[in-house]
Ligand binder design. Structure first.
Ligand SMILES: C[S@@+](CC[C@H](N)C(=O)[O-])C[C@H]1O[C@@H](n2cnc3c(N)ncnc32)[C@H](O)[C@@H]1O
Length: 437
C-alpha cells in the first residue's frame, strides 16, 4: 500500500475500527506501533475498543495469519494488506463475543473495505470471516496442533533462543504468559491505610485483586481523585520486587541514572525515604522528563530531578547507590507491548549492549567505595543482561559482583531474573559493588 494513501486513510479514520485498521497497516509499513491518544476519540468506550482491537491483533498476529492463509487457501503475499488487517480485526472481535456481538463484528468489519477504497474485496473478507465463524472449533483445534511458537504467536527465532537460554518448559510458560494482557499493579502510598483505599477502589467498580494489589481494567483509573492526589502509582511486580531486594545496601545517596517515568525512583522513596538523604533522578529525553516531572508533582516526591545524560553528567558528590535501569529491548514486557516480539532482532540486542556498557562505565567513577551500581533491564536476553555485567567486570577490577541473597528468582550466579508469568513481566538485575578506588 502506498504511503500517501495510508496518510489519507489516517486522516479519514473516525471510528475505533477504522483507526485500528490504520494502526495495523502503519505497523506493517513502519515496523513500529503507534497508538492514537485517548483525546483522538469522543468516548472512553471507543478508546478501549480501539486498544483491544490493535493490541489483541498484534498479540495474536502469527496465529491469525496462519488461519488466514488456510482459509483463503493462498499465501499472505497474495492477499491485499487491507484484507489482512481487517481479517485480524474481525477475528479479534469474534474472540471477544461478550464485548462485541458477532453480527456487529462482521458487519462493521466488512464495511472497512469501502472505507479503504477496496469495495471489491468486501465479498472476499465476508466469506473468510463467515467461514471462520462456521468452522471455528475445527480451526482452533487445527491451530492447537501447530508448534507452540505459532499457537502463541511468537517469531520462531525468538522462541528458539529462549529455549536455548531457559529450557523448553520455562520457555513454554514465557510464551503462554506473553499472551495474557497484564493486570495493572498498584503501589500504594505508605502514608495511606491500604484497607480503606482498596475498599474505595471496589466501591468505584474497579474489582481490586490482592497479592499483588492490582486491577484488571484501567478504564477510568487515572481520572479518580485517588490517582490525582498521589495515592498510588502503577508498577509491575517484577520492577517493585527489584527495589525491595535492595534493602540491605547502603543508600544515603541514591542516583537513579535512567529515571523516567519514575516508577523505581518513587518506589525507592516510598520504601526507603528514611534512609535516603539525597535522591536524584536523571533523564535526558525531553518528553519522558516531562512525564517524570508530572509524576513527581502528583506523588509529592522530594527527589531532585535533573534533565541530563548519564554519559556526560557528573555530580560534585559521589553516590552510595546508582541504579542504572538501562534502555533495552524490553522483551520481558511483551505482555504489555506485544509489538515488541515483532520489532526486535539480534542486531538490536547487540547495539543495546554497547549503550548499556557505556552507561555503566561512565557512571562507575561516581560510586563511593563500598557502594553499588545496580544494573537492571526488562529484557530477557543474555546479551543485554549477564553479558553486559561480565564485560563491565572484566574492564573494571575496582568492582565485584555482589550476588543477591539466594531466594526465589535469584539465579545460581546471584542475578535477579524475573520471568513473565500470569502475575508479572520479566526483569533482570545485578548488584556491582565498588571494592577499590
Ligand atoms: C527503562 S527506562 C527507565 C524506567 C524507569 N527507571 C522507571 O522505573 O520508571 C530507561 C530510561 O533511560 C533513559 N535513557 C536513555 N539514554 C540515557 C542516558 N544516556 N542517560 C540517562 N538516561 C537515559 C530513557 O530515556 C528511558 O527513560
Amino acid at each position: 500500500m502506498q504511503a500517501h494513501n495510508l496518510e489519507e486513510l489516517k486522516t479519514k479514520a473516525k471510528s475505533s475500527r477504522q483507526k485500528a485498521l490504520v494502526a495495523l497497516l502503519l505497523f506493517w509499513q513502519e515496523n513500529r506501533l503507534e497508538l492514537e491518544p485517548a483525546a483522538a476519540f469522543s468516548r472512553p468506550e471507543e478508546v478501549s475498543l480501539y486498544r483491544l482491537l490493535v493490541l489483541r491483533s498484534v498479540r495474536h498476529l502469527a496465529a491469525t495469519d496462519w488461519l488466514l492463509e488456510k482459509l483463503a487457501e493462498r499465501k499472505l503475499q497474495k492477499l491485499d494488506l487491507e484484507v489482512r488487517a481487517a481479517f485480524h480485526l474481525g477475528i479479534t472481535q469474534l474472540a471477544e463475543e461478550e464485548r462485541v456481538p458477532a453480527h456487529a463484528a462482521l458487519k462493521e468489519t466488512v464495511d472497512l473495505m469501502p472505507f479503504c477504497r477496496k469495495p471489491q474485496l468486501t465479498g472476499l473478507l465476508n466469506a473468510l470471516l463467515r467461514r471462520y465463524q462456521r468452522e471455528k472449533e475445527s480451526w482452533l483445534h487445527a491451530l492447537g496442533q501447530e508448534p507452540l511458537w505459532r499457537q502463541t504467536s511468537h517469531p520462531k527465532w525468538l522462541a528458539q533462543r529462549w529455549q536455548e537460554l531457559y529450557g523448553a518448559k520455562t520457555t513454554q510458560s514465557i510464551l503462554q504468559a506473553d499472551q495474557c494482557p497484564p493486570g495493572i499493579a498498584l503501589v500504594v502510598n505508605p502514608r495511606l491505610d491500604p484497607a480503606p483505599f482498596i475498599r474505595s477502589l471496589a466501591d468505584q467498580g474497579f474489582r481490586p485483586l490482592e497479592n499483588p494489589l492490582r486491577v484488571e481494567e484501567a478504564h477510568g483509573l487515572f481520572e479518580t481523585p485517588a490517582f490525582k492526589e498521589g495515592a498510588f502509582f502503577i508498577q509491575d511486580p517484577s520492577a517493585h520486587k527489584l527495589i525491595q531486594l535492595l534493602q540491605d545496601l547502603p543508600k544515603a545517596n541514591w542516583l537513579d541514572a535512567c529515571a523516567a517515568p519514575g516508577g523505581k525512583l518513587f518506589a525507592a522513596e516510598w520504601l526507603y525515604g528514611r534512609e535516603i538523604e539525597r535522591l536524584v533522578g536523571l533523564e535526558p529525553e525531553k518528553g519522558r522528563f516531562a512525564r517524570l516531572e508530572a509524576n513527581h508533582r502528583r506523588l509529592g516526591s522530594k527527589a531532585r530531578l535533573v534533565m541530563g545524560d548519564a554519559l556526560s553528567w557528573t555530580d560534585r558528590e559521589k553516590f552510595d547507590l546508582i541504579l542504572v535501569d538501562a534502555p533495552c529491548s524490553a522483551t520481558g514486557t511483551i505482555r504489555k507491548h506485544p509489538e515488541i516480539k515483532w520489532t526486535r532482532d539480534l542486531e538490536g540486542f547487540m547495539a543495546n549492549q554497547k549503550t548499556q556498557g557505556k552507561l555503566l562505565a561512565s557512571l562507575a567513577p561516581q560510586v563511593n567505595l563500598g557502594g553499588h551500581l545496580v544494573y537492571s533491564t526488562c529484557s530477557l536476553e543474555r546479551e543485554e543482561n549477564q553479558a553486559v555485567v561480565e564485560l563491565f567486570l572484566r574492564s573494571h577490577p575496582d568492582f565485584a559482583l555482589a550476588p543477591f541473597r539466594a531466594g526465589l528468582e535469584i539465579t545460581p550466579s546471584g542475578f535477579y531474573q524475573a520471568l513473565p508469568s500470569p502475575l508479572q513481566m520479566g526483569a533482570f538485575a545485578a548488584q556491582l559493588k565498588r571494592v577499590n578506588l
